[in-house]
Write a protein that binds this ligand. Structure first.
Ligand SMILES: *Cc1c(COP(=O)(O)O)cnc(C)c1O
Length: 433
């Protein structure tokens, strides 16, 4: 194929890519190989060289209904024929109103003020700004720091980065430019158990010691994603909610990864029956079609911010509430709610547990854990992506580990046979390590 015109063109494009385009967390002097995608359908990515890969990543948690979905395509096309975008300052449109209604309906009770943001990181920036403006408005400007959990991940922009794990978030690289926040140990109480005394003491002490200077506690409920793929007790959230109330600190739940059913509840906060003061959603919001996120808050917070000296909330992106993205997001939420999503995620969890269990026998593996539609294999040693990525592709699957973590969160529509194939392929690759 490489001698054909298409083969030459492909080689040229890949060379241009390597020389000129940044990929996520990539080096430009030692670029990792990238694979050219020419199509995507259901759970399969089609590569230029002709292979088809079963996608275990759902394009980083987002493609919950699979690629090239007829209903999502139609929603985008119909909105495209009306208009692709209008500014949101002074104007509104049906897709934004429809989407806000759906989000208010399905998120924990009381979250009924919606801010549309362009990406997950921006929605976290917005959440942090809301918390700071709220404390300002209450004449508590000294409450301007955040408490966060170690092993957390909240995005790559500056405020978001400041609440990421200080080690994996490489805080020393940006020292001086990054706000210094207060960190709690990563929760140690396992999923399904009542909060242990270490976690409770850490929460209590940190809030007691710092509440006078803290605007909000931010966390990823139940599943800490990109900072370590850790699962923890829902009871931890109940105590975090109680103590935040007791110490007059806001609670921000970052559900950018966990939202829309992934953990076995529509939102991970639902496992604990709590309502955060501020909630961030993103990733699966548009079924992985377009970038869109939202920050929701409660009426009393929005009212306090709005009646402050500033008189408004200080944020307004150019592409706020992009109509194409909102239209697709509405359809994606409808698709999710029309099905028995709860049983679907239970089945996924069951099958992931069964199919990944044999990995626990491998000498390179330290832990195997599954929750909802998430399967994680933790290794003793970090893997070399350069080495392992081509092996997954050879096996016909798309899996992208980081550090010691080989993990999957496939599209919800994956068939039993395809999930079996995906898990078996992962185990075959790990056997070669
Ligand atoms: C991915 C992610 C973000 C950042 O979202 P982007 O759209 O990549 O900016 C923030 N928080 C969590 C929990 C995430 O998983």
């Amino acid at each position: 194929m490489s001698s054909s015109p298409e083969g030459t063109r492909l080689a040229q494009q890949l060379r241009f890519d390597q020389q000129h385009i940044w990929h996520p967390y990539a080096s430009m002097t030692q670029p990792s190989p990238v694979f050219m995608v020419t199509g995507a359908e259901g759970v399969r990515l089609h590569l230029a060289e002709g292979q088809q890969l079963i996608d275990g990543m759902a394009s980083w948690w987002s493609v919950i209904h699979g690629y090239n979905h007829p209903r999502l395509n139609q929603a985008a096309q119909q909105q495209l024929e009306r208009f692709a975008h209008v500014m949101f300052g002074g104007l509104t449109h049906e897709p934004a109103v429809e989407l806000a209604q759906r989000l208010v309906d399905i998120t924990p009770r009381g979250l009924d003020r919606v801010f549309f943001a362009d990406s997950g990181s921006v929605s976290v920036e917005v959440a942090i700004k809301m918390a700071l403006q709220y404390q300002q408005a209450r004449q508590r400007p000294e409450k301007n720091r955040l408490i966060s959990l170690r092993r957390g991940y909240h995005g790559d922009t500056f405020a978001a980065m400041s609440v990421c794990d200080p080690v994996t978030g490489m805080h020393q690289l940006f020292k001086g430019a990054l706000a210094e926040q207060i960190f709690l140990p990563a929760p140690s109480t396992p999923w399904g158990e009542a909060i242990n005394s270490n976690d409770l003491t850490a929460l209590e002490h940190t809030l007691a010691q710092h509440h006078h200077e803290v605007a909000a506690l931010i966390l990823e409920p139940v599943v800490q994603g990109a900072g370590g793929m850790r699962f923890y007790s829902a009871d931890y959230l109940r105590h975090a909610r109680r103590l935040c109330d007791q110490y007059d600190v806001l609670l921000i739940a970052d559900e950018i990864a966990t939202g829309f059913g992934r953990t076995g509840a529509l939102f991970a906060c639902d496992h604990a029956g709590i309502t955060p003061d501020i909630l961030c959603v993103g990733k699966a919001l548009t079924g992985g079609y377009m970038t869109l996120a939202a920050t929701l808050t409660q009426a009393h917070l929005a009212d306090t911010i709005s009646s402050s000296g500033a008189g408004c909330f200080m944020h307004g992106p150019t592409f706020m509430a992009n109509p194409l993205a909102c239209a697709v997001a509405c359809e994606s939420i409808d698709l999710l709610l029309e099905q028995d999503w709860y049983s679907r995620i239970q089945q996924l969890q069951q099958q992931l547990r069964t199919e990944l269990a044999p990995a626990a026998q491998l000498s390179c593996v330290s832990d195997v854990r599954c929750l909802g539609g998430i399967g994680v294999i933790e290794l003793h040693q970090p893997v070399s992506l350069q080495q392992i990525q081509p092996w997954f592709v050879e096996q016909g699957v798309w899996v992208r580990p980081f550090g010691k973590l080989v993990y999957i969160m496939p599209p919800y529509i994956i068939s039993e046979a395809d999930l079996k194939f995906l898990c078996a392929a992962i185990i075959r690759v790990l056997q070669r390590l």
